[in-house]
Design a protein around this ligand. Structure first.
Ligand SMILES: *[C@@H]1O[C@H](CO)[C@@H](O)[C@H](O)[C@H]1NC(C)=O
Ligand SMILES: *[C@@H]1O[C@H](CO)[C@@H](O)[C@H](O)[C@H]1NC(C)=O
Ligand SMILES: *[C@@H]1O[C@H](CO)[C@@H](O)[C@H](O)[C@H]1NC(C)=O
Length: 277
C-alpha cells in the first residue's frame, strides 16, 4: 500500500509539473494567428508547436493577437536545417505605419555546414539602419534555442539562450528617438531572400530541397499586465556585461557603429552610448 501511494504521489507531481510547463510555454492557438502562406504555417500538438514552411509557391508567417507596449518575450526556434541558403527566418516586434518602430531578429540561412548569420536591427519612428550581425556559438538547426527580446523604457536587449548579444540603450539624451509610444505585435515569417541573404546574394535557394521548415515552441511573454514587473527596470549586471563583451568580441561580424565607410562624417549619435562597457 505504501508503495502504491508513493507511485500515485509521483504521478500527481509529474502531472502538476507538466501542467505548469504547458501553462508557462503558452499556446499558439491562444496567442497567434497564422496570417500568411495558405497551409504552409501549421499549429500542432494542441498548440504547443508551430511550424512555418517555404517552397517555390509561397513562404508563411504568423503574428500575435496581442499588442505590447514594452514586454519581455521568449521564443524557442529551431531553424531550417541542411541547405538553407537563400532562406530568411524572421522573428520581430513591429508597430504599424510609415513611422513605425521595430525590433528585429533575422536568421539568414546558408549551405549545409556553413554558418547562419543572426541579423539584428532597431527602428524608431521609421528609421532603422542600425544593423548588428553575429555568428552563433552552436548549430541553430540541430535543436531549439531561446531567443529573447527585452524592451523596456530604458533599453532593448537581445538575448540568445539567456546570453545578451546586443544592447540598445534609450538614446533620447543624445537627441535620437526611442520606441516608447507605439504598441507592437510579434511577427514571424519564413521567406525566400536569395537576392541578398546568403553571401550577399551569391548563393541561391536550392528548390530541390524544398519545403524548408522552421519550428517554434515555448512562447512566453512578460507584459505590463503581469504581476512581476521587475523586467521593466531590468539591466545588465556585471556578469551579463562580461557575456555581452564575449559575444561581441568573438561572434559579432558586423556593427554599423564601426562601419567607417558607411559613416565617413561620423557615427550616428546613439553609437556613443551603446559601446560595450
Ligand atoms: C486572429 O484570429 C482571431 C480568431 O482566433 C480573429 O478574430 C482575428 O480577426 C484574427 N486576426 C487576424 C489579424 O487575422
Ligand atoms: C555563409 O557561409 C559563408 C562561408 O563560410 C560565410 O562567409 C557567410 O557569412 C555565411 N552566412 C551567410 C548568411 O551568408
Ligand atoms: C520577478 O522576476 C524576476 C525575474 O524576471 C525574478 O528574479 C524575481 O524573483 C521575481 N520576483 C518575484 C516576487 O516573483
Amino acid at each position: 500500500m505504501a508503495s502504491m501511494s508513493y507511485v500515485s504521489l509521483v504521478l500527481m507531481i509529474t502531472f502538476l509539473i507538466n501542467s505548469c510547463m504547458v501553462a508557462l510555454g503558452g499556446n499558439f492557438y491562444q496567442d497567434f494567428n497564422v496570417t500568411w502562406g495558405d497551409g504552409w504555417g501549421k499549429i500542432l500538438n494542441n498548440g504547443e508547436l508551430l511550424t512555418l514552411s517555404l517552397d517555390k509557391t509561397s513562404g508563411s508567417g504568423f503574428q500575435s493577437k496581442n499588442e505590447y507596449l514594452f514586454c519581455k518575450i521568449d521564443m524557442q526556434l529551431k531553424l531550417v536545417p541542411g541547405n538553407s541558403a537563400g532562406t530568411v527566418t524572421t522573428y520581430y516586434l513591429s508597430s504599424q505605419g510609415p513611422t513605425h518602430d521595430e525590433i528585429d531578429f533575422e536568421f539568414l540561412g546558408n549551405l549545409s555546414g556553413d554558418p547562419y548569420i543572426l541579423h539584428t536591427n532597431v527602428f524608431s519612428q521609421g528609421k532603422g539602419n542600425r544593423e548588428q550581425q553575429f555568428y552563433l556559438w552552436f548549430d541553430p538547426t540541430a535543436d531549439f534555442h531561446t531567443y529573447t527580446i527585452l524592451w523596456n523604457p530604458q533599453r532593448i536587449i537581445f538575448f540568445v539562450d539567456g546570453t545578451p548579444i546586443r544592447e540598445f540603450k534609450n538614446p533620447e539624451s543624445v537627441g535620437v528617438a526611442y520606441p516608447k509610444n507605439q504598441p507592437m505585435k510579434i511577427y514571424s515569417s519564413l521567406w525566400n531572400a536569395d537576392d541578398w541573404a546568403t553571401r550577399g546574394g551569391l548563393v541561391k535557394t536550392d528548390w530541390s530541397q524544398a519545403p524548408f521548415t522552421a519550428s517554434y515552441k515555448n512562447f512566453n511573454s512578460l507584459t505590463t499586465a503581469g504581476n512581476n514587473n521587475s523586467w521593466l527596470n531590468e539591466e545588465l549586471d556585471s556578469t551579463s556585461q562580461e557575456r555581452l563583451k564575449w559575444v561581441q568580441k568573438n561572434y559579432m561580424i558586423y556593427n554599423y557603429c564601426s562601419d567607417v565607410k558607411r559613416f565617413p562624417q561620423g557615427f550616428p549619435p546613439e553609437c556613443g552610448i551603446n559601446k560595450a562597457a
